[in-house]
Design a protein around this ligand. Structure first.
Ligand code: E4P
Length: 228
């Protein structure tokens, strides 16, 4: 399973890469806004960070960059996607899984520009992403579970559908808006390729009360043991 960081903040990306060995990054308009930078500056800074860390190549370290959400024709989405894709070969263009978005993704994939169909909330939307040949599909988990849904079946259905039609691994399933270590585990059990989450979730996944307690016990034993 791969871990992506859901953030456009360079300090968080750098920390998560060095500490948790994240495999890629996902951004969205909200994350860019939270970076405090103008859109193009924020994505160029990420592209520069990729270069500085020797991670060039979409297979090495993909970064999803989302198009202007106001765009409402496939051609407008394609034109904007081409501009962002020219900034870094690592960029996968993130496009909402609407009627126009799916048309745009199909066109971009034919041109060799890799895409991530996002804002997916139902397996039927994920089917269109597989058919479009998108590199990624992003079913959202957190938003649904925040509203009381249990997403285990939803993720497993997408995995099974993708296996049925040979899309599994080709259109990689990024379970998005992950809020807790338990959701990471649910996604892993269901066979999702990737989870994307904020830094706090990865930090929380390293913590267990018994690990802390055990460390205390062992420190105490160490302090009461002669070392020579
Ligand atoms: C997906 O790729 C999105 O960027 C993301 O996970 C959005 O979720 P949020 O509500 O955690 O920002």
């Amino acid at each position: 399973m791969k871990f992506y960081l859901d953030s456009a903040k360079l300090d968080e990306i750098d920390y998560a890469y060095k500490t948790f060995g994240i495999d890629g990054v996902t951004t969205n308009p909200k994350h860019i806004m939270l970076s405090g930078k103008p859109f193009v500056t924020a994505i160029k800074d990420i592209a520069e960070w990729i270069r500085q860390n020797g991670l060039d190549g979409i297979d090495k370290f993909p970064v999803s960059i989302e198009v202007n959400p106001h765009l409402d024709t496939a051609d407008a989405i394609v034109a904007e996607a081409e501009k962002y894709a020219a900034i870094s070969q690592n960029f996968a263009i993130k496009i909402p899984a609407t009627e126009f978005g799916i048309e745009a993704a199909r066109k971009l994939e034919k041109k060799g520009i890799r895409t991530n169909l996002t804002l997916v909330f139902a397996p039927a939307q994920a089917i269109f992403a597989g058919k479009a040949g998108s590199l990624f599909v992003s079913p959202f988990i957190g938003w649904k579970e925040d509203n009381g849904e249990d997403c285990k079946r939803y993720i497993k259905d997408i995995v099974d559908i993708y296996k049925n039609y040979g899309w599994y691994g080709k259109t990689q399933i990024i379970c998005a808006a992950i809020r807790s270590p338990k959701q990471i585990v649910d996604c892993a059990v269901a066979g999702a390729d990737i989870v994307t989450a904020g830094l706090a979730v990865y930090k929380a996944a390293q913590h267990h009360a018994y690990t802390t307690q055990g460390l205390g016990t062992f420190c105490d034993a160490w302090d009461h043991t002669a070392t020579e």
